[in-house]
Design a protein around this ligand. Structure first.
Ligand code: WT7
Length: 651
């Protein structure tokens, strides 16, 4: 499909009253770029401030002096904005609908008044454990209401939460506890998911063996399953919550005080702690939630992500709750008990906005339309996708079978680093094209740069690397404990710009099409994985001498993980060893990092200076070895023949 000819979909009927129409988009976008202080000064007022800001934007993208501040003299509390301020008008409105893994279990409807009670008590439990303003709290919880209580409780007392996705291994958890210097880990006994149970507490036990013995473990007894219990270290949160006061005064926080740290993979081995701060992040999460999904008072909003990812932070918790919405938290998986679960839940709770990942759509698409057709989806108004480019087949299926052609599809491009959507359609303003994230959100100035000259490419069409020319309030502020790494990763290669790590093209209409990562990061089922991270896990195994990991196209996951492994001298490449290495990576990082294909590589293609030629490895993994380009600079060109002959992906 050529981009020029790409079919444009008109805005469906019924969006005349949308928050943003085509004319408003043009006008407000221009204002947001020409006068950011006026635009964001106004938008900042969507929050309640204890002390209003007098300064709006103070940002510098110059390498060596990068500094990003928004609303810097304002004082507020994020929890108050998500909870307390709604009590006057919405005390009895449902804030969170909790839909359990097992469809036979009853859903919970947690009102704003109940949310307030739980969050205040949770905050008092944290205080009683010695957690203070600025302390880090690691949250290793499944998708249960306590995850929301824990996040908001941290925000209330000014502690910095760092959620570790419950699918990560004990080692990955320990690394994050140690890097953040957390005082407390919050976990649950066990977590039901798709009818099976994950032993979270025992993972936390294993992780804490590698952490300071001062780290406390707060345990939510969710299923009641037996776990080990270490007196003096482990605390029964629900029990403690009964005994503490239901009032915990919110801590006034500076707009630039960190709200949370979230670890994400980069092109080097060690995940980095992305730091988001209080004021700008919350303004941006609330605003994008309202405009991108055309969220209106009374709507039921469902984002299917896990709170362990940024999508869950911004669009299950902070954005919707800042807007006084009803947000749905789903504990389960799309295919349990069958492939109709998402649609059953949409019908049951009359969901108005539904936000998921292309990988989930592709998986459900394969199960047939009968699972969709049997549920009443007439409440749906807007559909969203996030995480990776959506292929036109999946887009069309989503549009036809889920949206019945009546729901705009918002393909939202953004990153952990950006806090909220940067390029996305707005339901009442933007005509869509399947596979394109379309146009920038307010205040966002995308530039396509030539990768070699680092110069912006003006005019349409254009293709190159995607950079952003100026700051927006939801931007990350630093890497936890390593501002130098922050500057080097995002501001060094393309001076004066924020570098996204994505390739992109802009078509004749000025629409943006993300073409995928241009760094050593791969996107597996919408989750970001650093190839270096998987490599370091592999080489940590005693039988592995060297490993190189690349992505390759995978029909369901978007990208699959392809590992080339060189074994130690004398070690036999067996099927048992292959299985052992897969298991090894699962334990070192987590199931999402498990290689899909492992190829035994007697040698890896390297330059004479010893650098692995990943370009060649990528081509072979993609089964596209006809055009390897110049291999004359290789130290041993013959290894390439061997790798091609024994390649694993022959699709
Ligand atoms: C990377 C960020 C932000 C939420 C989930 C992932 C890719 C994300 C899209 C989209 C094409 C997308 C990019 C980006 N990505 N959304 N709509 N179309 N690609 O967050 O783990 O920080 O990953 O995901 O490559 O850089 P993340």
């Amino acid at each position: 499909m050529t981009t020029a000819a790409a079919e444009k979909f008109a805005i469906p009927e019924g969006f005349d009253e949308a928050h943003v129409g085509p004319e408003a988009y043009e006008r407000l976008y221009a204002e947001s770029i020409n006068d950011p202080d006026a635009f964001w000064g106004r938008e900042g007022k969507r929050l309640d401030w204890i002390q209003p800001y007098t300064k709006v934007k103070n940002t510098n993208f110059n390498f060596g002096e990068v500094s990003i501040k928004w609303y810097e003299d304002g004082v507020l509390n994020a929890c108050v904005n998500c909870v307390d301020r709604h009590l006057k008008d919405r005390a009895n409105q449902t804030a969170i609908i909790f839909e359990p893994d097992d469809p036979q279990s009853e859903a919970q409807y947690i009102t704003y008044a109940e949310l307030s009670d739980k969050v205040n008590r949770f905050a008092n439990v944290l205080l009683s454990q010695g957690v203070m303003r600025g302390d880090r709290v690691v949250i290793y919880l499944p998708m249960i209401p306590e995850a929301a209580y824990a996040m908001l409780a941290c925000a209330r007392i000014g502690a910095i939460h760092s959620i570790v996705f419950a699918g990560f291994s004990p080692d990955a958890l320990a690394n994050r506890v140690n890097d953040s210097g957390a005082k407390v880990v919050i976990t649950a006994d066990t977590a039901p998911r798709g009818g099976r149970r994950t032993a979270l507490k025992s993972n936390a036990d294993a992780a804490l063996l590698h952490c300071s013995d001062r780290v406390r473990c707060l345990v939510v007894k969710h299923t009641g399953d037996q776990t080990t219990w270490i007196e003096g270290r482990d605390v029964d949160v629900k029990e403690q919550m009964k005994h503490v006061s239901p009032d915990c005064p919110p801590r006034p926080m500076n707009a630039e005080d960190p709200l949370f740290v979230l670890y994400t993979s980069g092109s080097t081995g060690k995940p980095k702690g992305v730091v988001h701060t209080t004021g700008g992040y919350l303004v941006y999460a609330a605003m994008t939630h309202q405009y991108t999904f055309d969220y209106k008072d009374g709507d039921v909003f469902w984002c299917t992500a896990d709170v362990g990812w940024v999508t869950g932070h911004s669009y299950i918790i902070y954005g919707p709750l800042a807007n006084g919405a009803t947000t749905l938290m789903f504990e389960g998986v799309p295919t349990y008990p069958d492939a109709g679960r998402f649609w059953e839940v949409c019908a049951k709770h009359k969901v108005n906005q539904f936000y998921t990942a292309p990988t989930a759509i592709r998986a459900l698409m394969g199960k047939g339309t009968e699972f969709v057709e049997k549920h009443d989806l007439s409440s749906l108004r807007v559909l969203g996708t996030v995480g990776e480019p959506i292929n036109p087949e999946a887009w069309t299926w989503y549009n036809d079978h889920v949206g019945k052609g009546k729901c705009p599809i918002v393909d939202t491009w953004w990153q952990t680093e950006t806090g909220g959507h940067l390029i996305t359609p707005l339901p009442g303003a933007t005509q869509t094209k399947p596979g394109s994230a379309t146009l920038p959100f307010f205040g966002v100035k995308p530039e396509i740069l030539d990768a070699t000259t680092a110069e912006p490419i003006h005019g349409n069409p254009a293709e190159g690397v995607l950079c952003i020319a100026d700051s927006w309030p939801g931007q990350m502020r630093t890497v936890w404990g390593d501002h130098q790494r922050f500057m080097e990763t995002y501001f060094q290669q393309y001076p004066g710009y924020y570098f996204t790590g994505d390739g992109c093209r802009r078509d004749e209409d000025g629409y943006y099409w993300i073409t995928g990562r241009v760094d050593d990061v791969i996107n597996v089922s919408g989750h970001r994985m650093g190839t270096a991270e998987v490599e370091s896990a592999l080489v940590a195994h005693q039988d592995v001498a060297e490993a190189a990991v690349v992505g390759y196209p995978h029909p369901l996951k978007g990208q699959g993980i392809y590992a080339y492994v060189t074994l130690m001298n004398g070690v036999e490449p067996t099927e048992e060893l292959r299985a052992e290495l897969e298991k090894w990576v699962r334990t070192e990082i987590g199931p999402i990092a498990k290689p899909d294909l492992i190829q035994w590589a007697p040698g890896l293609p390297k330059t004479r200076s010893g650098k692995i030629m990943r370009r060649i490895l990528r081509k072979i993994a993609e089964n596209d070895y006809g055009s390897l380009g110049d291999i004359s600079t290789l130290a041993e060109p013959e290894v390439v023949e061997e790798l091609i002959a024994n390649r694993m992906n022959r699709d």
